[in-house]
Design a protein around this ligand. Structure first.
Ligand code: DMJ
Length: 453
Protein backbone atom coordinates (compact mmCIF):
# COMPACT_ATOMS: atom_id res chain seq x y z
CA UNK A 1 0.00 0.00 0.00
CA UNK A 2 2.83 2.37 0.99
CA UNK A 3 4.93 1.36 -2.00
CA UNK A 4 1.96 2.03 -4.26
CA UNK A 5 1.48 5.43 -2.74
CA UNK A 6 5.14 6.22 -3.16
CA UNK A 7 5.07 5.59 -6.89
CA UNK A 8 2.20 8.05 -7.15
CA UNK A 9 4.16 10.65 -5.20
CA UNK A 10 7.22 10.29 -7.37
CA UNK A 11 5.22 10.15 -10.59
CA UNK A 12 3.25 13.15 -9.39
CA UNK A 13 6.46 15.02 -8.79
CA UNK A 14 7.59 14.40 -12.35
CA UNK A 15 4.21 15.08 -13.94
CA UNK A 16 3.60 18.15 -11.83
CA UNK A 17 6.31 20.00 -13.74
CA UNK A 18 7.73 22.85 -11.76
CA UNK A 19 5.73 22.13 -8.60
CA UNK A 20 8.11 20.54 -6.18
CA UNK A 21 10.65 20.53 -8.94
CA UNK A 22 13.94 21.85 -7.78
CA UNK A 23 17.15 23.24 -9.13
CA UNK A 24 18.34 20.06 -10.80
CA UNK A 25 15.10 19.60 -12.77
CA UNK A 26 15.26 20.80 -16.40
CA UNK A 27 12.05 22.90 -16.30
CA UNK A 28 13.47 25.15 -13.57
CA UNK A 29 15.92 27.83 -14.73
CA UNK A 30 19.26 27.87 -12.89
CA UNK A 31 19.44 29.96 -9.75
CA UNK A 32 20.94 33.45 -10.19
CA UNK A 33 23.85 34.99 -8.25
CA UNK A 34 21.83 36.00 -5.15
CA UNK A 35 20.27 32.55 -4.75
CA UNK A 36 23.72 31.01 -5.21
CA UNK A 37 25.11 33.30 -2.53
CA UNK A 38 22.41 32.13 -0.10
CA UNK A 39 23.17 28.53 -1.01
CA UNK A 40 26.83 29.24 -0.24
CA UNK A 41 25.90 30.63 3.18
CA UNK A 42 23.76 27.55 3.83
CA UNK A 43 26.74 25.30 3.03
CA UNK A 44 28.98 27.42 5.22
CA UNK A 45 26.66 26.95 8.22
CA UNK A 46 25.96 23.29 7.46
CA UNK A 47 29.67 22.44 7.11
CA UNK A 48 30.35 24.08 10.48
CA UNK A 49 27.59 21.95 12.00
CA UNK A 50 29.16 18.86 10.42
CA UNK A 51 32.64 19.76 11.64
CA UNK A 52 31.80 20.62 15.24
CA UNK A 53 28.43 19.10 16.07
CA UNK A 54 27.79 16.19 13.71
CA UNK A 55 24.98 13.92 14.91
CA UNK A 56 23.97 16.33 17.70
CA UNK A 57 20.89 18.49 17.83
CA UNK A 58 22.59 21.84 17.30
CA UNK A 59 25.85 23.63 16.65
CA UNK A 60 27.21 26.06 19.26
CA UNK A 61 29.02 28.39 16.86
CA UNK A 62 31.15 30.40 19.31
CA UNK A 63 32.49 27.56 21.44
CA UNK A 64 32.65 25.34 18.33
CA UNK A 65 30.84 22.60 20.15
CA UNK A 66 27.38 21.04 20.23
CA UNK A 67 24.15 21.05 22.21
CA UNK A 68 21.54 18.34 22.63
CA UNK A 69 18.06 19.18 23.82
CA UNK A 70 17.78 15.91 25.79
CA UNK A 71 20.11 13.23 27.15
CA UNK A 72 20.27 11.77 23.62
CA UNK A 73 20.30 13.58 20.29
CA UNK A 74 17.19 13.58 18.11
CA UNK A 75 19.23 14.98 15.18
CA UNK A 76 17.29 18.20 15.17
CA UNK A 77 19.56 20.06 12.73
CA UNK A 78 19.92 17.30 10.09
CA UNK A 79 16.18 16.54 10.06
CA UNK A 80 15.26 20.23 9.96
CA UNK A 81 17.83 21.03 7.25
CA UNK A 82 17.28 18.06 4.92
CA UNK A 83 14.48 19.46 2.74
CA UNK A 84 16.38 22.74 2.35
CA UNK A 85 19.27 20.77 0.83
CA UNK A 86 16.88 18.99 -1.51
CA UNK A 87 15.27 22.26 -2.56
CA UNK A 88 18.65 23.91 -3.10
CA UNK A 89 19.69 21.06 -5.37
CA UNK A 90 22.44 19.87 -2.98
CA UNK A 91 21.72 16.31 -3.98
CA UNK A 92 24.82 14.48 -2.69
CA UNK A 93 24.68 16.24 0.65
CA UNK A 94 20.95 15.51 0.94
CA UNK A 95 21.41 11.82 0.07
CA UNK A 96 24.14 11.38 2.70
CA UNK A 97 22.10 13.18 5.33
CA UNK A 98 18.97 11.18 4.54
CA UNK A 99 20.92 7.94 4.79
CA UNK A 100 22.39 9.00 8.14
CA UNK A 101 18.96 9.88 9.54
CA UNK A 102 17.30 6.72 8.27
CA UNK A 103 20.03 4.52 9.75
CA UNK A 104 20.61 6.25 13.08
CA UNK A 105 17.55 8.14 14.28
CA UNK A 106 15.49 6.33 16.89
CA UNK A 107 12.56 7.66 18.90
CA UNK A 108 12.62 4.73 21.31
CA UNK A 109 14.11 6.93 24.02
CA UNK A 110 13.26 7.44 27.67
CA UNK A 111 13.13 11.23 27.34
CA UNK A 112 10.47 13.86 27.88
CA UNK A 113 10.00 16.05 24.80
CA UNK A 114 8.04 19.18 24.01
CA UNK A 115 5.22 18.07 21.73
CA UNK A 116 5.05 21.33 19.75
CA UNK A 117 8.77 21.63 18.94
CA UNK A 118 9.15 17.95 18.07
CA UNK A 119 6.06 18.08 15.86
CA UNK A 120 6.99 21.14 13.85
CA UNK A 121 10.70 20.37 13.49
CA UNK A 122 10.94 16.57 13.36
CA UNK A 123 7.53 15.29 12.31
CA UNK A 124 7.23 18.12 9.77
CA UNK A 125 10.79 17.60 8.54
CA UNK A 126 10.40 13.84 8.12
CA UNK A 127 7.11 14.20 6.26
CA UNK A 128 8.31 16.83 3.80
CA UNK A 129 11.56 14.99 3.13
CA UNK A 130 9.56 11.83 2.57
CA UNK A 131 7.38 13.62 0.04
CA UNK A 132 10.43 15.05 -1.71
CA UNK A 133 12.56 11.91 -1.73
CA UNK A 134 10.06 9.05 -1.71
CA UNK A 135 12.21 7.32 0.95
CA UNK A 136 9.73 5.21 2.90
CA UNK A 137 12.05 4.92 5.88
CA UNK A 138 11.30 8.59 6.60
CA UNK A 139 7.56 7.93 6.61
CA UNK A 140 8.10 4.97 8.95
CA UNK A 141 10.05 7.21 11.30
CA UNK A 142 7.29 9.83 11.14
CA UNK A 143 4.64 7.23 11.92
CA UNK A 144 6.70 5.87 14.80
CA UNK A 145 7.15 9.38 16.20
CA UNK A 146 3.50 10.36 15.70
CA UNK A 147 2.39 7.28 17.60
CA UNK A 148 4.68 8.14 20.52
CA UNK A 149 3.33 11.70 20.65
CA UNK A 150 -0.34 10.66 20.65
CA UNK A 151 -0.69 10.41 24.49
CA UNK A 152 -0.50 14.23 24.68
CA UNK A 153 -4.10 14.38 23.51
CA UNK A 154 -5.41 12.29 26.44
CA UNK A 155 -6.57 15.29 28.45
CA UNK A 156 -10.20 15.80 29.50
CA UNK A 157 -10.64 18.49 26.83
CA UNK A 158 -8.61 16.83 24.07
CA UNK A 159 -6.24 19.80 24.04
CA UNK A 160 -2.67 18.45 24.30
CA UNK A 161 -0.40 18.42 27.31
CA UNK A 162 2.89 20.19 26.60
CA UNK A 163 5.31 17.32 27.23
CA UNK A 164 5.38 13.57 26.68
CA UNK A 165 7.92 10.84 27.42
CA UNK A 166 8.66 9.10 24.12
CA UNK A 167 9.07 5.68 25.74
CA UNK A 168 6.55 5.62 28.58
CA UNK A 169 3.92 7.98 27.14
CA UNK A 170 3.78 9.87 30.45
CA UNK A 171 2.52 13.42 29.94
CA UNK A 172 3.09 16.68 31.80
CA UNK A 173 2.23 20.36 31.41
CA UNK A 174 -1.38 21.40 31.88
CA UNK A 175 -0.84 25.12 31.25
CA UNK A 176 -0.45 25.60 27.53
CA UNK A 177 -1.05 28.21 24.84
CA UNK A 178 -2.83 28.47 21.50
CA UNK A 179 0.34 27.97 19.44
CA UNK A 180 1.25 24.71 21.16
CA UNK A 181 -2.34 23.46 21.01
CA UNK A 182 -3.23 24.64 17.53
CA UNK A 183 -0.03 24.07 15.53
CA UNK A 184 -0.32 20.33 14.98
CA UNK A 185 -2.90 19.65 12.29
CA UNK A 186 -0.69 20.13 9.22
CA UNK A 187 1.77 17.50 10.47
CA UNK A 188 -0.65 15.07 12.15
CA UNK A 189 -3.14 15.48 9.30
CA UNK A 190 -0.51 14.81 6.64
CA UNK A 191 0.64 11.77 8.61
CA UNK A 192 -2.94 10.48 8.60
CA UNK A 193 -3.28 10.93 4.88
CA UNK A 194 0.08 9.29 4.13
CA UNK A 195 -0.20 6.43 6.63
CA UNK A 196 -3.91 5.77 6.17
CA UNK A 197 -4.48 6.15 9.95
CA UNK A 198 -7.26 8.68 10.69
CA UNK A 199 -6.41 8.93 14.40
CA UNK A 200 -3.71 11.54 13.85
CA UNK A 201 -5.98 13.91 11.94
CA UNK A 202 -8.87 13.43 14.36
CA UNK A 203 -6.87 14.13 17.52
CA UNK A 204 -5.15 17.25 16.18
CA UNK A 205 -8.38 18.59 14.64
CA UNK A 206 -10.25 18.10 17.90
CA UNK A 207 -7.53 19.99 19.81
CA UNK A 208 -7.76 22.89 17.35
CA UNK A 209 -11.55 22.97 17.51
CA UNK A 210 -11.69 22.77 21.32
CA UNK A 211 -9.38 25.75 21.46
CA UNK A 212 -11.40 27.73 18.92
CA UNK A 213 -14.59 26.93 20.85
CA UNK A 214 -13.10 28.67 23.87
CA UNK A 215 -12.60 31.99 22.04
CA UNK A 216 -14.20 35.01 23.68
CA UNK A 217 -17.50 36.60 22.69
CA UNK A 218 -15.56 39.03 20.47
CA UNK A 219 -13.67 36.19 18.78
CA UNK A 220 -10.21 36.40 20.36
CA UNK A 221 -8.08 33.85 22.21
CA UNK A 222 -5.80 34.52 25.17
CA UNK A 223 -2.18 33.60 25.94
CA UNK A 224 -2.45 30.75 28.46
CA UNK A 225 -5.09 28.07 28.97
CA UNK A 226 -5.41 25.02 31.23
CA UNK A 227 -5.88 21.96 29.00
CA UNK A 228 -7.62 19.96 31.73
CA UNK A 229 -10.21 22.54 32.82
CA UNK A 230 -10.37 24.50 29.56
CA UNK A 231 -10.18 27.75 31.55
CA UNK A 232 -8.11 30.72 30.42
CA UNK A 233 -5.26 31.72 32.74
CA UNK A 234 -4.02 34.77 30.83
CA UNK A 235 -6.50 36.74 28.72
CA UNK A 236 -3.91 38.74 26.79
CA UNK A 237 -4.52 38.39 23.07
CA UNK A 238 -1.91 39.04 20.34
CA UNK A 239 -0.40 37.45 17.22
CA UNK A 240 3.04 36.92 18.72
CA UNK A 241 4.90 33.87 20.03
CA UNK A 242 2.57 31.58 21.96
CA UNK A 243 -0.40 32.30 19.68
CA UNK A 244 1.05 33.07 16.20
CA UNK A 245 0.98 29.74 14.37
CA UNK A 246 -2.51 28.85 15.66
CA UNK A 247 -3.82 31.36 13.11
CA UNK A 248 -1.38 30.16 10.48
CA UNK A 249 -2.66 26.57 10.84
CA UNK A 250 -6.34 27.52 10.64
CA UNK A 251 -5.69 29.02 7.21
CA UNK A 252 -3.23 26.42 5.96
CA UNK A 253 -5.24 23.39 7.18
CA UNK A 254 -8.13 24.66 5.13
CA UNK A 255 -5.84 25.02 2.11
CA UNK A 256 -4.00 21.70 2.45
CA UNK A 257 -6.90 19.46 3.44
CA UNK A 258 -9.76 21.48 1.99
CA UNK A 259 -11.19 21.37 5.51
CA UNK A 260 -14.24 23.66 5.53
CA UNK A 261 -14.35 23.87 9.35
CA UNK A 262 -10.87 25.32 9.32
CA UNK A 263 -11.94 27.82 6.65
CA UNK A 264 -14.78 29.00 8.89
CA UNK A 265 -12.54 29.20 11.94
CA UNK A 266 -9.85 31.10 10.01
CA UNK A 267 -12.31 33.63 8.57
CA UNK A 268 -13.93 34.36 11.91
CA UNK A 269 -10.57 34.58 13.69
CA UNK A 270 -8.79 36.89 11.26
CA UNK A 271 -11.75 39.25 11.35
CA UNK A 272 -11.41 39.61 15.13
CA UNK A 273 -7.62 39.92 14.91
CA UNK A 274 -7.88 42.71 12.35
CA UNK A 275 -10.54 44.49 14.38
CA UNK A 276 -8.96 44.40 17.85
CA UNK A 277 -5.24 43.71 17.49
CA UNK A 278 -4.36 45.76 14.38
CA UNK A 279 -3.16 49.26 15.22
CA UNK A 280 -3.04 51.90 12.50
CA UNK A 281 -0.55 54.45 13.81
CA UNK A 282 1.19 57.42 12.26
CA UNK A 283 4.24 55.18 11.71
CA UNK A 284 2.19 52.56 9.89
CA UNK A 285 0.23 49.37 10.56
CA UNK A 286 1.24 47.26 13.58
CA UNK A 287 -0.42 44.51 15.62
CA UNK A 288 -0.32 44.84 19.42
CA UNK A 289 -1.92 43.32 22.54
CA UNK A 290 -5.53 43.53 23.68
CA UNK A 291 -7.77 41.89 26.29
CA UNK A 292 -9.50 38.92 24.68
CA UNK A 293 -12.82 39.70 26.40
CA UNK A 294 -13.09 43.48 26.08
CA UNK A 295 -10.81 44.21 23.13
CA UNK A 296 -9.14 46.95 25.20
CA UNK A 297 -5.58 47.75 24.06
CA UNK A 298 -3.10 46.47 26.69
CA UNK A 299 0.27 47.23 25.11
CA UNK A 300 2.02 48.10 21.87
CA UNK A 301 4.68 45.42 21.50
CA UNK A 302 5.73 43.99 18.14
CA UNK A 303 8.67 41.77 17.33
CA UNK A 304 10.46 39.30 15.13
CA UNK A 305 7.89 36.56 15.75
CA UNK A 306 4.94 38.82 14.79
CA UNK A 307 6.64 39.36 11.44
CA UNK A 308 5.19 36.05 10.18
CA UNK A 309 1.78 37.66 9.78
CA UNK A 310 2.30 39.39 6.41
CA UNK A 311 3.03 35.94 4.93
CA UNK A 312 -0.24 34.56 6.29
CA UNK A 313 -2.18 37.63 5.17
CA UNK A 314 -0.62 37.42 1.70
CA UNK A 315 -1.44 33.70 1.43
CA UNK A 316 -5.04 34.49 2.36
CA UNK A 317 -5.25 37.15 -0.36
CA UNK A 318 -5.10 40.26 1.85
CA UNK A 319 -2.17 41.84 0.05
CA UNK A 320 -2.91 45.37 1.20
CA UNK A 321 -2.55 44.63 4.92
CA UNK A 322 0.33 42.26 4.19
CA UNK A 323 2.28 44.96 2.35
CA UNK A 324 1.68 47.58 5.02
CA UNK A 325 2.66 45.32 7.89
CA UNK A 326 5.79 44.16 6.07
CA UNK A 327 6.87 47.80 5.77
CA UNK A 328 6.59 48.10 9.56
CA UNK A 329 8.60 44.91 10.09
CA UNK A 330 11.22 46.26 7.72
CA UNK A 331 11.36 49.50 9.69
CA UNK A 332 12.01 47.39 12.79
CA UNK A 333 14.91 45.70 10.94
CA UNK A 334 16.51 48.81 9.42
CA UNK A 335 16.23 50.99 12.55
CA UNK A 336 18.79 48.78 14.30
CA UNK A 337 20.55 47.21 11.30
CA UNK A 338 18.91 43.93 12.27
CA UNK A 339 15.65 43.24 14.08
CA UNK A 340 15.24 42.94 17.88
CA UNK A 341 13.09 40.27 19.48
CA UNK A 342 10.53 42.96 20.47
CA UNK A 343 10.07 46.71 20.50
CA UNK A 344 7.39 49.14 21.60
CA UNK A 345 6.09 50.49 18.30
CA UNK A 346 4.67 53.61 19.91
CA UNK A 347 8.21 54.75 20.84
CA UNK A 348 10.36 52.46 18.65
CA UNK A 349 12.34 51.56 21.79
CA UNK A 350 13.63 48.01 22.14
CA UNK A 351 11.97 45.91 24.84
CA UNK A 352 13.86 42.66 24.22
CA UNK A 353 17.22 43.13 22.49
CA UNK A 354 18.23 39.73 21.07
CA UNK A 355 18.08 38.40 17.50
CA UNK A 356 17.67 34.61 17.48
CA UNK A 357 18.40 34.14 13.71
CA UNK A 358 14.65 34.13 13.16
CA UNK A 359 13.08 33.65 9.70
CA UNK A 360 9.65 35.32 9.90
CA UNK A 361 10.43 38.67 8.27
CA UNK A 362 12.19 36.85 5.41
CA UNK A 363 9.31 34.38 5.05
CA UNK A 364 6.94 37.33 4.63
CA UNK A 365 9.22 39.00 2.07
CA UNK A 366 9.21 35.75 0.08
CA UNK A 367 5.40 35.40 0.12
CA UNK A 368 4.95 39.03 -0.88
CA UNK A 369 7.53 38.72 -3.63
CA UNK A 370 5.79 35.61 -4.97
CA UNK A 371 2.27 37.04 -4.90
CA UNK A 372 2.99 40.65 -5.97
CA UNK A 373 6.12 40.19 -8.15
CA UNK A 374 7.21 43.54 -6.70
CA UNK A 375 11.03 44.05 -6.66
CA UNK A 376 10.68 45.76 -3.29
CA UNK A 377 10.79 42.43 -1.48
CA UNK A 378 14.00 41.24 -3.10
CA UNK A 379 15.50 44.61 -2.16
CA UNK A 380 14.53 43.83 1.42
CA UNK A 381 16.09 40.39 0.98
CA UNK A 382 19.41 41.95 -0.08
CA UNK A 383 19.56 43.92 3.11
CA UNK A 384 18.66 40.81 5.18
CA UNK A 385 21.62 38.92 3.68
CA UNK A 386 23.97 41.85 4.23
CA UNK A 387 23.02 42.12 7.91
CA UNK A 388 23.19 38.38 8.52
CA UNK A 389 26.67 38.14 7.01
CA UNK A 390 27.91 41.29 8.69
CA UNK A 391 26.61 40.66 12.19
CA UNK A 392 25.93 36.95 12.64
CA UNK A 393 28.56 35.10 10.60
CA UNK A 394 31.31 33.54 12.70
CA UNK A 395 34.33 31.30 12.13
CA UNK A 396 32.01 28.35 12.61
CA UNK A 397 28.58 28.97 11.11
CA UNK A 398 26.17 31.69 12.19
CA UNK A 399 25.41 32.95 15.70
CA UNK A 400 22.35 34.57 17.23
CA UNK A 401 22.81 38.03 18.78
CA UNK A 402 22.19 38.76 22.44
CA UNK A 403 21.87 42.46 21.66
CA UNK A 404 21.09 44.05 18.29
CA UNK A 405 22.42 47.44 19.42
CA UNK A 406 25.86 46.25 20.51
CA UNK A 407 25.73 43.33 18.03
CA UNK A 408 27.18 41.03 20.69
CA UNK A 409 26.88 37.38 19.71
CA UNK A 410 25.36 34.40 21.49
CA UNK A 411 26.57 30.79 21.33
CA UNK A 412 23.53 29.46 19.49
CA UNK A 413 22.51 28.43 15.98
CA UNK A 414 18.97 27.03 16.17
CA UNK A 415 18.04 24.34 13.67
CA UNK A 416 15.42 26.63 12.13
CA UNK A 417 18.20 28.82 10.75
CA UNK A 418 18.86 26.06 8.19
CA UNK A 419 15.25 24.87 7.95
CA UNK A 420 13.63 28.27 7.56
CA UNK A 421 15.77 31.40 7.52
CA UNK A 422 18.07 30.35 4.70
CA UNK A 423 15.37 28.39 2.86
CA UNK A 424 13.06 31.40 2.58
CA UNK A 425 15.99 33.63 1.67
CA UNK A 426 16.96 31.18 -1.08
CA UNK A 427 13.39 30.95 -2.38
CA UNK A 428 13.09 34.74 -2.38
CA UNK A 429 15.86 34.89 -5.01
CA UNK A 430 15.45 31.52 -6.75
CA UNK A 431 13.47 31.32 -10.04
CA UNK A 432 9.76 31.41 -9.17
CA UNK A 433 9.32 28.05 -10.93
CA UNK A 434 11.28 26.46 -8.09
CA UNK A 435 8.09 26.18 -6.07
CA UNK A 436 4.47 27.19 -6.63
CA UNK A 437 3.20 28.72 -3.40
CA UNK A 438 -0.38 28.20 -4.58
CA UNK A 439 0.08 24.43 -4.54
CA UNK A 440 2.33 23.84 -1.56
CA UNK A 441 1.77 24.63 2.10
CA UNK A 442 4.71 25.23 4.44
CA UNK A 443 4.38 24.09 8.01
CA UNK A 444 5.44 26.66 10.58
CA UNK A 445 9.03 25.34 10.42
CA UNK A 446 9.15 25.86 6.61
CA UNK A 447 8.70 22.20 5.73
CA UNK A 448 6.73 22.08 2.46
CA UNK A 449 3.76 19.72 2.41
CA UNK A 450 1.89 18.85 -0.74
CA UNK A 451 -1.53 17.38 -1.23
CA UNK A 452 -0.74 14.08 -2.91
CA UNK A 453 -3.79 12.22 -1.65
C1 DMJ B 1 10.37 28.26 14.58
O1 DMJ B 1 10.59 27.13 15.35
C2 DMJ B 1 8.97 28.29 14.03
O2 DMJ B 1 8.90 29.18 12.97
C3 DMJ B 1 7.95 28.68 15.07
O3 DMJ B 1 6.67 28.81 14.52
C4 DMJ B 1 8.33 29.97 15.74
N1 DMJ B 1 9.68 29.96 16.20
C5 DMJ B 1 10.74 29.49 15.35
C6 DMJ B 1 11.36 30.54 14.47
O4 DMJ B 1 11.39 31.80 14.95
Amino acid sequence: MRRWYCIIVLTGMVLAGPIFAFAQTPQVPSPGPMALQVRGEFLYAWNAYKQYAWGHDELKPLSKSSRDWHSVSLMMTPVDALDTMIMMGLTDEANKTREFIAKNLSFDQDIEVKNFEITIRLLGGLLSSYQLSGDERLLDLADNLGNRLLPVFNSPTGMPYMYVNLKTGKTRGTESNPAEIGTLLLEFGTLSKLSGKPIYYDKAKRALTELYNRRSAIGLVGSTINVETGKWIDATSHISGGIDSYYEYLLKSWLLFDDKDCKKMWEASVKAVNKYLADNTRTGLWYGQADMNTGKRLSTQYGSLDAFFPAVLARSGDLDRARRLQESSYKMWTTFGIEPETLDYSTMKITSPGYQLRPEIIESAYYLSFFTKDQRYQEMGSSFILSLVRYCKTDAGYAALSNVETKSKKDSMESYFLAETLKYLYLLFAPRETLDLNKVVFNTEAHPLKRTW
